[in-house]
Design a protein around this ligand. Sequence first.
Ligand SMILES: Nc1ncnc2c1ncn2[C@@H]1O[C@H](COP(=O)(O)OP(=O)(O)OP(=O)(O)O)[C@@H](O)[C@H]1O
Ligand SMILES: [Mg+2]
Length: 614
Amino acid sequence: MTKSESIIDDKGYISAIYGSLIEIKGFESKVRVHDLIKISSHNIFGEILQIYSDHVVAQCFEGTNNIKLSEEVINTLEPLSMELSPGLLTHIFDGIQRPLELAFNDSKSNGFLERGFFLPPLSRTKKWHFIPQVKKNSDINHGDVIGTVQETPSIVHKIMAQPGTSGKLSYIVNEGDYTIVDTIYSIQSNGKLKDYSMLQKWPVTKSRPYMKRIIPSEPLITGLRVVDLLFPIVKGGTVAVPGGFGTGKTVIQQSLAKWCNADIIIFVGCGERGNEIADALKQFSELKDPRTGRSLLERIFIIANTSNMPVSAREASIFSGVTIGEYYREMGYDVAVLADSTSRWAESLREISGLLEEMPAEEGYPSYLASKLSSFYERAGVVQTFGKDLSGKEKIGSLTIIASVSPPAGDFSEPVTATTKRFVQAFWALDANLAYSKHYPAINWLTSYSNYPEYISDWWFERDIDWAEIDRDWYEIRNQVNEILSKENELKNITQLIGEENLPEDQRLILFIAKLIKDSFLMQNAFDEIDNFTGIKKLLGHIKLIILLFKEANELLKNDVIIEDLKDLDIIDKILRIGHTIPNNKFQKLTNLKEEMKKSLNNIKYSLEFSKKL
Ligand SMILES: Nc1ncnc2c1ncn2[C@@H]1O[C@H](COP(=O)(O)OP(=O)(O)OP(=O)(O)O)[C@@H](O)[C@H]1O
Ligand SMILES: [Mg+2]
């Protein structure tokens, strides 16, 4: 947030208060919508929503208890902005970028934020080791990397020329330790000299400019088998995770934060339980990043606007998260923004719209719900950014948005879920029945979808495992698994009528293989040390093993083997336990299992041929 340092002396006074909204008279001719205001004596910030000829209406980011009419309000003449510089990662902020660890240390209120608390988001005194990457007198344009700072042991923070900058670098400091407000370079442009520090500010509602969008071609590997095979996402993609109460939204978001292969994770807890955020923070700091072996927290930035914080800052928390995400994308990183849950944000829009007495649309949500949601999801994407990277290369980065939705009573036709569906390319529908029967992740394989497989089939093809018995690649295996699961669904009704034992053997095989796919492959325990993340090689080996069993069993059925003979094999039990018994780095074990499976199927075949001969 950029307020207190640059407050301009432009004052008004409160003329009415209703809920979190205040009416202000005195500066209506000078303000713009989204400008930030401050109630002076309480240090409460707010944002202008409506402007009339004789007053303006603003929503406060904190409660309005004890505030009186005629109290002074200051107009900062600038919109809510994020401070961008080294010092963001590993920290936890609220929706208006107040540093929460410091806030909790500072206040005596047991984890509740004191109203009116304000500290600069990022430390003005901490020194960072800056290494210049360009020479004096170079031509500099917006986005060029001027220097680097090792922000955490795993992430290099690139200090880039700010949007709108171009000119000659007339001064740059030597390598050394500097605060984020020290001047580190100066640029001469049109005869004017301007000094710059590492600190930038950017309004949260405005997308950062980039050179061009690029078609996504790489998956974001999540380590969740059901996602990476059936409903994959791309780096730069958009996903909604709708699910009723307790269906596993938060567990999915947290396991993505831990294991997905983005460089930077922005975790936005919006209106969810405070203890979940505290829990997540503890887990992130204890866990090791599989890629670097260092604490996961080093690549994570957390925004918490929990259920005990004012609803009016929920929207700010969502857009603050995306803004920080875009900033790291501009450095050329793959960023994932995880938001839990967008329904709480939509509810806050409904509440404020009600106070503003706007005409309600469906279920009381404002008519601009769709444009709000789209302005969030449209900020995802793979882009070539402005400016040059180290050694003059271009920078390409991605921003992926994965947002949970909490439809009341799990009804996906309600407005927030239905509207979100229009703006996302992948939809992981969490199913209460699956969750009740402890099938986790409870992603329903019939109602979920992803539009991304075509974009990433080449990527998977290049990484296919070399098993001669199955000459199908990821894309084809995926189609086959979908086919088996939908056939099983068709057979369900008949099975209920006539009983499974009365179905022909080939249909019983479909049911058997579908059950194996569900229980062995789709189910995954987020809390098991081995099962919590499945790498791409293990994923391919695991599913190919099941498909190979299907292929060979089909042959055996033609030779009068019955399905019951297959069900009793030891190997079936071993396949069911692959998830938590075979670690990602022990692929050979899967190959051994395949050989063992072939052997036991052959044994059935030989004993059958033998008994026929007798
Ligand atoms: N992948 C998983 N593996 C094992 N257990 C899981 C998994 N996902 C969810 N669970 C179980 O389900 C419980 C509820 O999950 P979670 O808190 O993520 O639900 P939620 O959808 O976020 O609920 P709410 O609507 O209350 O926010 C977890 O505490 C956990 O016991
Ligand atoms: Mg939750």
